[in-house]
Design a protein around this ligand. Structure first.
Ligand code: SF4
Length: 252
């Protein structure tokens, strides 16, 4: 390697480098209130037991949908869609997210982002270019490593919440609960802390087994579903009483 080559700065990320694992052409739920196409980005640093798309976790798996094809699809749908949601996996894992978001906005679409919040600095870098963020809060900080099965994760999503609120970007904070999970044990406390941090919308999502690994689905199937339903109702009533500006229960 020559001295000149060694000192050359790395090339800036290009939208075309985005590893895209797939796309939903039309969704009414990925960004509540919007007609959106959803782009699924490959790779996630975490490994939640209830992940509903574990095939998207491996970061080295190449994308299956070229970015040029995504753009071509969006150009054809300009009058039929009003938004695009960048989802995952974990969309903020990829440096190509920001140029990709800018290209989508350049076509006239509003851009939403789903994130679990493992990369606060990368989220901060993209916040000025998105119109809405759906942020997962999976647990209280002390429980995070157990839930996402990676050490050192506890503060990251909560740091992302502070960044998101400070940015003024429209958002929804979501907590997914499963029977016996740390999130179910502390859902009210999570919602309370989110409210006190300034979150304006909170959703309690009841876990679904579609797409999850067999061991999680089997464990879920063995739960007492009547007791679980009662627990969810109680949690939801208590969260609704917290007075968040907007609250929604999303049943399984
Ligand atoms: S953060 Fe999301 S994509 Fe990543 S492992 Fe957890 S549920 Fe799956």
């Amino acid at each position: 390697m020559t001295a000149v080559a060694a000192g050359r700065p790395p090339a800036p990320p290009r939208a075309g480098d985005l590893q895209v694992a797939g796309m939903t052409p039309l969704s009414t739920v990925d960004w509540p209130g919007r007609l959106a196409a959803t782009v699924f980005c490959q790779g996630c640093p975490w490994d939640c037991s209830y992940c509903h798309n574990p095939a998207l976790i491996a970061p080295r798996t190449p994308g299956t949908l070229p970015w040029a094809d995504v753009l071509a699809f969006l150009r054809r749908r300009r009058r039929l869609l009003d938004a695009v949601v960048m989802s995952g996996g974990e969309a903020t894992r990829q440096a190509a997210l920001l140029p990709a978001v800018r290209e989508v906005r350049g076509l006239g679409f509003a851009v939403g982002l789903h994130t679990a919040g493992p990369y606060p600095r990368r989220l901060a870098a993209v916040l000025g270019d998105v119109d809405w963020v759906g942020l997962d809060l999976k647990a209280l900080p002390a429980d995070y490593d157990d839930v996402v099965r990676r050490s050192g994760s506890g503060h990251l999503a909560w740091e992302c919440l502070d960044l998101l609120v400070a940015s003024g970007v429209d958002h929804e904070v979501r907590t997914t609960v499963a029977p016996g999970s740390p999130a179910a044990r502390h859902a009210v406390e999570i919602a309370l802390r989110a409210r006190d941090a300034g979150a304006r919308a909170f959703a309690l999502q009841v876990v679904r087994t579609a797409g999850t690994r067999a061991e999680f689905a089997a464990e879920h199937a063995s739960a007492d579903h009547r007791a679980w339903q009662e627990e969810v109702t109680t949690l939801s009533d208590r969260i609704a009483a917290l007075g968040l500006p907007h609250y929604e229960l999303r049943p399984a």
